[in-house]
Design a protein around this ligand. Structure first.
Ligand code: ZN
Length: 260
């Protein structure tokens, strides 16, 4: 493994026409992949892909934006035990694409996921989105709420996927032995440079979030794990570190975090 994409969704219908080609392109470049589940069917499909490929793993969970739908917690618990499931997620709180009346249900389902992660002793893959900006009101700060919930319930490590929090949030995450991952947005937005630079080298990971958010030079197109190369190289240049140093470190960080 030369590169690692810790968060993408190759099980999504966007890849139905050419999934094996997308995987082959990534495998030729020795890119490890974690396909992240967003509901039960999408977790099952992520596991199926992982079962059939080397260096491809899966996660299982109900995405916070799907918490209004009914789901079978015992079915999720069964998936969580699968050897190729390396994390419970993506779960968490999304105050951006939901209404305040949904927050309570999101919190309840988030806690169920944390308890499941504790039980199977696997890390959490978190999706946390504030309502507006990072300094949104007290009741709308998903990072603040998520950190509080984690402190109370979690016994495992957590990765904050597509980290969009503040320096203060980052410090708190580092203090609880957490990780943050960065995607293609770092190639075209400068608002994450400061936190990306200040994060300790052993606490960052690389992700595409494919099919979404393709990095430059493919911005606006369908994303795929191959583009983790552009993201990893951008992470090195923003941090002012040698590519030869950062690439093995990104792989090593993910190996430790997900026991892969
Ligand atoms: Zn995702």
């Amino acid at each position: 493994m030369k590169y690692i994409d810790v968060h993408c969704h190759l099980q999504f219908p966007e890849y139905d026409a050419d999934r094996e080609e997308v995987i082959a392109r990534a495998q030729r470049e020795e890119i490890g992949i974690i396909n992240v589940g967003t509901d039960i069917p999408m977790s099952v499909k992520a596991i199926e892909i992982a079962e059939n490929h080397k260096d491809i793993y899966a996660t299982a969970a109900i995405h916070p934006n799907h918490t209004k739908e009914k789901f079978d917690l015992s079915a999720l618990a069964e998936l969580a035990k699968h050897p190729k499931v390396v994390a419970i997620g993506e779960c968490g709180l999304d105050y951006f694409r939901s209404l305040p009346e949904d927050f309570e249900r999101q919190e309840e389902v988030f806690i169920q996921h944390i308890e499941l992660a504790n039980k199977v002793n696997k890390p959490l893959m978190l999706h946390i989105r504030n309502a507006k900006s990072n300094d949104g009101g007290d009741n709308l700060n998903a990072y603040k709420d998520a950190l509080k919930i984690l402190k109370e319930y979690s016994k495992v490590r957590a990765n904050f996927h597509f980290f969009t929090g503040t320096q203060e949030n980052l410090d708190e995450i580092i203090g609880m032995n957490g990780m943050v991952s960065f995607n293609g947005v770092v190639t075209f937005a400068r608002s994450y440079d400061a936190v990306l630079k200040s994060a300790p080298i052993d606490r960052i990971m690389s992700e595409t979030d494919a099919p979404y958010l393709a990095p430059i030079p493919n911005r606006g197109k369908r994303n795929e794990p191959l583009f983790i190369k552009d993201i990893s190289h951008t992470i090195a240049s923003i941090r002012g570190e040698m590519v030869d140093k950062i690439l093995p470190q990104l792989v090593d960080n993910a190996r430790k975090m997900f026991a892969i």
